[in-house]
Design a protein around this ligand. Sequence first.
Ligand code: ATP
Length: 377
Amino acid sequence: MIRLEKLSKTFPGQSEPAVDELTMDIHEGEIVVFVGPSGCGKTTTMKMINRIIEPSGGRIIIGGEDVTRTNPDRLRRRIGYVIQQIGLFPHMTIADNIATVPKMLGWDKRRIAERTDELLETVGMDKSYRDRFPKELSGGQRQRVGVARAMAADPPIMLMDEPFGAVDPITRERLQDEFLRLQEEIQKTIVFVTHDIDEAIKMGDRIAILREQSIIAQYDTPERILTDPADAYVEDFIGAGASLKRLSLSRVRDIKTSEWPVASLTDSHEEVLQTLKRSGKDYVLLLDEGRKPKRWVGVAELEMDGAPLRNAGWPAVAIVEGKSSLYETLDTMITSYKGSAIVVDDEGRYESVVDFGTVLQAIEEMRPEEHRVGGGA
Ligand SMILES: Nc1ncnc2c1ncn2[C@@H]1O[C@H](COP(=O)(O)OP(=O)(O)OP(=O)(O)O)[C@@H](O)[C@H]1O
């Protein structure tokens, strides 16, 4: 979709290039994140893609067409752009802000109005915001409008320069999640700039870790970068906790969970005891009529006659869903009884149990073979 070939930029009066012969391919429908230290050339590189900054050397090829020297206005209409600090026009209403590009393209009023309403809905805001001004919105709402404006003419490519940089961490996380959900539908080709490696890991299908002058240190999936960093520079950039970060990329449904004994709250003590003994485990999970997890019980509780199973043992509270990350699962386990978490479906029905051993095994399998215990060189 986008090919950069030996793309370079030397600013007037500078002896060194800000971007030095960058070559890379960006595939259709993927989010590629540029990440690197301040001043390494991320923004300059991104702005060359829509030629807000004109390259001093090299080529930009979009969809097979060399656009390095074609009409830049035509190019920019194919590329949505979300910039740092939002950049809404303060004197224009939200609707007019969103309609900037469609107006330039000469759409009629009705089509523009319909598109504006549709986009407000897409980014989770209702029509009542149409006639407000940017200063009457929260930071998070302004960011959403910035995204809506970039999508207005439905461009196949979006450039996003620290699009969620100007909000608090909680709003930021929400905007990231919303945007990832949206991307599943819209499937744009996205170049995303950030200096935050955690944001890069979360948002990127692939990440380009850049050195000074936009020289690529590693260009790969988040999983590969975390498990197999190319060199000490990349390792340093990832920072501490690479293994924990890696866990945030795996879902509990993707790992092999162990067999666990389960019984029903309506079973007799004796039946449950037999199930437990057959399993070789220390405790059984009791489910209600709707297969929802309720209690953990062990031999001691079961041998104590009289107490109904409904109140026996410990409440089953450490619960995750199949789509939960291993990071969340581990967090849940740490605070749970006996260090295990119960996996349920989206209706809350029992699916499986994961314990520390299972997660440790999954971590071991994530590592490159040569680093595994007892494996390879
Ligand atoms: N218009 C300009 N004229 C001269 N030098 C510039 C200009 N714009 C950027 N630079 C220089 O080019 C280099 C790369 O800047 P760029 O803004 O691309 O970095 P960045 O990686 O996006 O940084 P940050 O994370 O701080 O935004 C820097 O050394 C910067 O000072």
